[in-house]
Design a binder for this molecule. Sequence first.
Ligand code: GLU
Length: 460
Amino acid sequence: MPPRVRIAPSPTGYFHVGTGRTALFNWLFARQQGGTFVLRIEDTDTARNRDEHIEGILRALRWLGLDWDEGPYFQSQRSELYQAAIEKLIDIRAVYACDCTAEQIQQRAKERGGPPGYDGHCRDRGLEPTAGRMLRFRVPPGQSGFHDLVRGEVPRDNKDLEDFGVRKSNGDPLFILANVVDDADMAISHVIRGEDHVSNTHKYLLLWDALDCGDKPEFAHLPLLYNDQRKKLSKRRDKVAVEDYRDEGYLPEAMVNYLALLGWSPGGDREILTREEMVAEFELGGVKSAGAIFDERKLQSVNSEYLRALPVDEMVARSQAWLLARWEPIAGLVQERARTLGEVYTMTDFLYRPAPVVDPAEWDKGVAKNPAFASILEAVRRRFADIEWEAEAIQQAVVAAGLEAGVEQLGKAQAPVRLAVTGRSVGPPLWQSLELLGRDHTVERVTAGLERLQAAALSG
Ligand code: GLU
């Protein structure tokens, strides 16, 4: 039987290079074996999901050329399946209701010393599994070790597993339940995912057995990614969004080549290989379990090799296409304001430079004209964190931030934002510009603006 694999990202943030690597390894395996590559969006965490991230997942996969054969499936549209599984678990008494609060659980853990976690308090209380109560899996005695294609045997004694939740008190299925139900329903034969899921796999297998799902998939947990200081790659510290690399002008084929080397190597000291070579030579069993270093300088050197290998006219065509893609979505708005072709570029360069070009004289003038400059940026930064990221909501947030800082004129409220984010005092309409730049970059630049003010205050 040809394998069925999946990439199952959660739309809670930008598409991460680690997810890109995992998607690539699944894709390579599927293509090599004549299998099926499924895309499943794990959007059960309604509080943290965002539509912009769903779009981002699809765009990043397309940019990398990792075409999927089925999906996207959305877990948010499959709740009946999870509900049925939960009912089955209730019927066979594999789960029980629990009404402990997080504080109570913590308090008891503190009192007994030892590891934190749930102590089975409600196991035999016989609470009704009514709405409003969390459901926990009754972990049986025994072993739930498994064989991993990358890591070998991963043993686990069930006494080290807590009775984990499968349904939240609000009725939503928890990650692990939806994950198991879907892998079974989609007949996934190989679960290839990040090492951070190893400890979930023991629970996964217990649920799989309880739900009587049949033949188990094989598992391959891919090594974690570290930065060049050997620290776990993190959203806060490191540049981890695949689309940031696209926006900086990396070539997708170079990115794919580099991602393939994160945990795998074709042997010898070869590093540059075509997609066809990767498909032919990739081996799950050849993936190393030790952490892999994501090193941007290395990526740069791979990228420059690809760039140099292009015929000059193709390099020109591709760099033009890249530039155009950065600002074309607001071209019509730029046209209304630019007086020359040169201005088209100065009005849009904030979209394709890693940081805005701030003219110190313009900045000082802007700050001097506006006593509320800092308070507006503060308020904007706070408000931008959780609005819907589209022009109208952005405008409303700036208006509200202005009022909060005692500024009623919209022009005055938006000037500090424009200056901090684009580096300029004139440009295309701000709301659409910020929408295009994206939430994270916008907030980053507002923050940098605030830091600039602080530095100036300290030195002045
Ligand atoms: N949704 C999970 C995540 O984003 C992936 C789960 C899996 O691959 O099994 O980490």
